[in-house]
Design a protein around this ligand. Structure first.
Ligand SMILES: [Zn+2]
Length: 467
């Protein structure tokens, strides 16, 4: 007698789609049965011929706890994630206070978030440069990286451009040192790549212009963060990977020029991986002009030609992962009426439509197989972040995660109904087809269509790399 049987589904893997029933026992996949095989279970879910994925991993999400719970906490962020089909997310160390930069803070963070996550989660550890206001002995967290690694963080995240006092920028010396220290552990370092000097100088010049209309300010913002800032920073950190042999992950690649740099490095044999996000694959700077503050993020959305070309790098495996980069804000921080583009929060409320948006783009707009989703939103992230062995595939003994997706189910983003804490999203009004109808984590239903299961609050487990 199994705990759970998922019948009549089409199982989606990176290579193929096939009909089979899934049996789950003690939270793990216990058997994959030919469709219709006699079997008994305490609970049976009829997938009704829909697609079934072995999970969806959001490898780049900011849930803001501890410190900025007024924007989001693990309960509100993760309930939105599970209705979007997420079975695991990897939370960022910044937009936290304190940022996740040592073991003590790790313990604090885990004690808070473990109380109320619905989704399984891994953590990015912080990699920070020098704090201006601390004594020389604790200027940065280079000496805390191995401790954090031993806490089981899935990767380390550093910022190459200004990002506020709580998460100081890394210089190339910090990057090089971190890669040297982490290389023996084969640990992964991810970077937000925008080059410090260009962003600083170009923003300063743009902000000093008088009498700019709100539209001109948007143009100035986009120009201050143009592709050259991302391109140079990406080349720099890749050079540090070349110098040290350390593993580098390029976060949220927004432009094909940057993706080509990554592709060349991979062909050279360097240990480089990279991700992109739904908003760079489906939206352009026209969208930023249309929506204003709610669509502000960095790197910003690019032009149409760049957006179309970026798909080539998803298809050829250069951009092997897709993350939401959900980076929530309080409503007033994204409000066009009170905030111009310079003063608005830079980050998108996007997690609740992560899979629906990608499914609509990949399957309905581009005409690609759902297998691409299994690859870039589950299998590859599991491999890159060391979670394969528990997550990322229909393999016996892996976590019994199941995401049932109805390919024809229509959806519409209504920001007033978001489960996140904030209710301003640039995707308000967006419509598409293809949405999860059931999300199962380790054999337990955590979301049923667009509703999360209240008793799943606190069910999510901390996941550490297994390889
Ligand atoms: Zn981010």
């Amino acid at each position: 007698m199994y705990d759970l049987l998922v019948r009549n589904g089409k199982l989606v893997t990176p290579d193929r789609i096939y009909e089979a029933d899934i049996a789950i026992q003690d939270g793990k996949y216990a058997a994959f049965l030919a469709k219709g095989t006699e079997a008994e279970a305490k609970e049976v879910i009829d997938a009704k011929g829909n697609y079934v994925f072995p999970g969806i991993i959001d490898c780049h999400a900011h849930l803001n706890e501890p410190g900025f719970e007024y924007r989001e906490d693990f309960e509100t962020g993760s309930r939105a994630a599970v209705v979007a089909g997420c079975t695991c997310l990897i939370d960022m160390p910044l937009n936290n206070d304190p940022s996740l930069m040592n073991k003590e803070i790790f313990d604090l963070k885990l004690s808070k978030v473990s109380r109320h996550s619905l989704v399984d989660y891994a953590l990015w550890g912080g990699l920070v440069g020098d704090y201006d206001n601390k004594p020389d002995s604790v200027k940065n967290n280079i000496n805390d990286l191995v401790d954090l690694y031993n806490c089981g963080v899935a990767a380390f995240k550093g910022f190459t451009c200004p990002n506020g006092d709580l998460f100081p920028t890394v210089n190339l010396g910090n990057v090089r040192k971190a890669l040297e220290i982490l290389k023996p552990y084969n640990a992964l370092c991810g970077f937000h790549c925008e080059e410090y000097g260009q962003v600083l100088e170009r923003e300063k010049e743009a902000k000093s212009k008088d009498n700019r209309t709100s539209e001109e300010k948007i143009r100035d913002f986009l120009d201050s963060h143009d592709v050259w800032t991302e391109y140079v920073a990406t080349k720099n950190v890749i050079d540090m990977a070349r110098a040290t042999g350390g593993r580098v992950h390029i976060c949220h690649v927004s432009h094909p020029m940057v993706a080509q740099v990554v592709k060349d490095a991979i062909h050279e044999g360097l240990p480089i991986t990279a991700e992109t996000c739904p908003h760079y694959l489906g939206f352009t700077e026209d969208f930023v002009f249309e929506k204003g503050a709610p669509a502000k993020c960095t790197p910003p959305m690019r032009n149409k030609e760049a957006m179309e070309k970026l798909w080539d790098y998803v298809l050829d495996g250069t951009l092997s992962c897709i993350g939401s980069d959900h980076s929530p804000a309080a409503d007033e921080e994204k409000d066009n009426a009170t905030k111009d583009i310079w003063h608005a929060w830079g980050g998108l409320n996007s997690i609740q439509f992560f899979l629906p948006m990608m499914f609509d783009m990949v399957v309905h707009k581009k005409g690609f197989s759902p297998s691409l989703i299994a690859k870039v939103m589950d299998y590859n992230p599991a491999k890159v972040f060391g979670l394969y062995g528990r997550k990322g595939a229909f393999e016996l003994g892996f976590d019994g995660d199941v995401v049932i997706v109805d390919p024809d189910k229509s959806w519409k983003c209504d920001q007033s109904k978001l489960l996140t804490k904030g209710h301003v999203s640039c995707f308000d009004g967006l419509e598409g087809k293809g949405a999860p109808v059931c999300t199962v984590i380790r054999g337990k239903v955590v979301a049923d269509g667009q509703t999360y299961i209240p008793d799943a609050v606190g069910y999510g487990e901390y996941i550490t790399p297994v390889n």
